[in-house]
Design a binder for this molecule. Structure first.
Ligand code: ADP
Length: 402
């Protein structure tokens, strides 16, 4: 099955609560990493299902586990490493991880060691849905493959150079000094988009750009010349747009109401805001955009309308931060695949100079704006795993040779 016996590999992991996404790359030397396989284990905690495909999309491995108390995230990771070694390559030299929060101290991708792990652990309350799972995968790899270099890539990192005014919360200064500030997330995705824009247009990198990462989590990023200057997510990944199950921007008074008038506990409020709100909460039908678009229920229609309205409303705010708009990019599951949502968002941004080419949008072309549009509108598939592989390869090159 293998034709790459002597090849060293980099594995990229994006570990969540119920899924583990992965991509395996050939160690690229000085070139762009080349994809060997990718896939995910879904439905963790219930009946996990692994599917791995090669670079052409052909299935390399598929496996199902029945519900069983002995199956944990770590045993699944161990099984995944074995599957990869059996079907693709057995010379794993590094693992790159998507880590949601790097706090104030960590922005650049970093080699994982005990002090870094402890610092990242302390940030779990700021990303309770993601950070604990990200770090559990790091610890599991340390146990399963102790000799392998591990690299942490931070979703907050790309936003670190933002102007201070974009990061400040209007709270007493002492809280800001404690780390209560806007961080922003989806940075690995936005860094990849900025890189693509730079290769499409080396002179301006897209100029004044708003990138819309619209997946289960959703946010916008304002980029000037490829650098983040503002974004809709803030102190946590709850802020900003309406998401699959997260509320997005919310009057803090609403949170006080839940505590004071409804007598809810902190855990209950956390669950409500992270897991029961957003598209799911408003529609009462689903967190999944495809399901909502296929639903006849009026509440599903209203959830979609609120999603679109908030994107346009917050894009207006980011256009103000940028002082105008040259490029608008759609990416991630909804942005890459839904002509309807793209058309509805673009329809609300006409005043900024956005004018879609309806046929190009339906086809999902790379450029979906009309030739006369003042703003270039693009669809760019994101590739967070590739960005992680690039950073991991860079750090590998800096490692002293044994
Ligand atoms: P994640 O944030 O978990 O990585 P994705 O980026 O894969 O998620 O995005 C998942 C979202 O994309 C879901 O709401 C899904 O319904 C939506 N999606 C995927 N394909 C389509 C499509 N063809 N039309 C509309 N929505 C889609």
């Amino acid at each position: 099955m293998r034709d790459s016996a002597a090849m060293a590999e980099i594995l990229c992991l994006n570990a969540g609560s119920s899924s583990l996404k992965f991509a395996l790359y050939a160690e690229p030397g000085t070139d762009e990493p080349s994809l060997l396989a990718s896939g995910k284990i879904e439905n963790i905690g219930l009946e996990p299902h692994l599917i791995a495909r090669d670079a052409k999309g052909d299935v390399l491995a598929e496996r199902r586990w029945t519900k069983d108390g002995t199956i944990t995230h770590e045993t699944l990771l161990e099984d995944l490493l074995r599957e990869i070694e059996a079907s693709v390559g057995d010379d794993l030299i590094a693992v790159g991880h998507r880590i949601v929060h790097g706090g104030t101290d960590y922005s650049a991708p970093a080699r994982v060691d005990a002090p870094l792990l402890a610092a990242l652990e302390a940030l779990c309350p700021l990303a309770p849905l993601h950070q604990p799972h990200n770090l559990a995968a790091v610890r599991a790899v340390s146990r399963l493959r102790p000799a392998v270099l591990q690299v942490a890539c931070f979703d907050t990192g790309f936003h670190h150079g933002q102007p201070p005014i974009a990061t400040r919360l209007a709270l007493p200064r002492a809280l800001g000094e404690e780390g209560m500030r806007r961080y922003g997330f989806h940075g690995i995705s936005y860094e990849y988009i900025a890189r693509q824009l730079r290769s499409i247009d080396p002179d301006t990198g897209g100029g004044r750009t708003i990138a819309a990462h619209l997946g289960n989590g959703a946010s916008l990023c304002a980029m000037a010349g490829g650098r983040s200057i503002d974004t809709t997510m803030g102190f946590t990944a709850l802020d900003g747009l309406v998401m699959g199950t997260r509320c997005g921007a919310l009057d803090p008074g609403a949170v006080l109401y839940l505590f004071q008038q409804r007598g809810m506990t902190a855990r209950e409020v956390e669950h409500l805001l992270y897991s029961e709100s957003g598209l799911l909460g408003v529609s009462g039908v689903s967190s999944d955009m495809r399901a909502l678009l296929g639903s006849e229920t009026p509440a599903a229609g209203e959830a979609i309308e609120l999603f679109v309205w908030q994107i346009a409303r917050q894009a207006g705010a980011l256009a103000s931060s940028l002082g105008g708009l040259d490029t608008f990019v759609f990416t991630a599951g909804i942005g890459e695949n839904s002509p309807e949502i793209r058309a509805r968002v673009a329809g609300r941004l006409g005043w900024l100079g956005v004018d879609l080419d309806a046929d190009a949008n339906l086809r999902g072309d790379a450029v979906i704006s009309a030739p006369s549009s003042r703003v270039a509108v693009r669809v760019i598939p994101t590739d967070e795993e590739r960005m992680i592989a690039i950073h991991t390869a860079d750090l590998l090159r800096e490692e002293p040779k044994a």
